[in-house]
Design a binder for this molecule. Sequence first.
Ligand code: UT7
Length: 330
Amino acid sequence: MALHRRIGILGTGAYAPAQILTNKDLEKMVDTSESWILERTGIQERRIIGPDEDIATMALAAGRQALANAGIEASRLSFIIVGTNSADYLFPAAAIRVQDALGVNRQLAAFDLQAGCTGFNYALYVAEHLTAPEGKYALVIGSDASSRFTNWTDRSTCILFGDGAGAVVVGPVPQGGIKTSFLASALSMKLLCQTEFNAENSPFLPPHQTTHRHFLTMDGPEIFKFAVNAVKESIRRIVEMSRIEREELDYVILHQANHRIIEAAARFAKLPLEKFYVNVHRYGNTSAASVPLALHEAVTEGKIKAGDKVLLVSFGAGVTWGAALVIWSY
Ligand code: UT7
């Protein structure tokens, strides 16, 4: 599809639930230690979604803030896309619940998109290609509550994840904008979450006993290797596609999964760690929310300025990975 307009990010927003789960709290739940978690992951605490919240309520809070920061009314949107892996309903989509809450039923198309922790990069790519031909606007959100399908007795996974949401408004920009982007995927069963409920209660299937199949499971070291390679490939591909040198990147928003992955990326990119936003210590891995949540905080803290070459990179279950180079517009 030919792109006709420059599409850029016009505003950002984020939402993090109030409840904090610290490494000390986890010591009381599983056989782990505050220092092991900090040394192996860089995570100190993460947020846990409240009983009255869900994917759509978090997405809405982040989305409203992104719209306000962009100065765009919801009525000007043509698309709402929510990247999520933990939507409360298979249908209706969380994006449609956000649409309804914003009062724009029937005025636009809203849908969810599932691509593991790369959900935001996937949603951004789709939004870019949907909005570019006619210069339309889209609200792109990453919202996840991995705490809802985490096995809280499994120390190898429950220490890693947290809940939250992040959002951006995309639309036409006079200069800058998304310069290059790509997505990729390949089948891997090393990080998975099975939908056990699909197999329950069907007269056409053998009876199932209650299992742990619906919990997230992961081969941590294998996913770690995949993650480092995916980040390297992403940086390599983006600099080649953009015809720039790695050193020209002004700022990198990398999926916040593990501080050691961020360090490996900085070494490979030949960039100082200061050019990588880090909030993994405060939120853990918030899955599809990770990149937009970090992006919003980086923008709010004044780390990104107009004209900066900002790289957004994520990787996750599937496996999926992808990146976008954005020339910051404001
Ligand atoms: O969005 C993508 C999602 N996933 C990721 O990005 C995760 C990528 N992987 C990782 O971040 C790391 O592999 C982990 C943090 C999950 C694990 O770190 P690791 O350095 O790869 O540790 P490991 O799995 O090789 O385990 C080392 C040891 C093992 O003990 P033994 O066999 O050496 O005696 C584990 O049983 O650490 C043990 N261990 C723990 N110890 C204390 C595993 N989890 C814990 C724990 N507390 N929570």
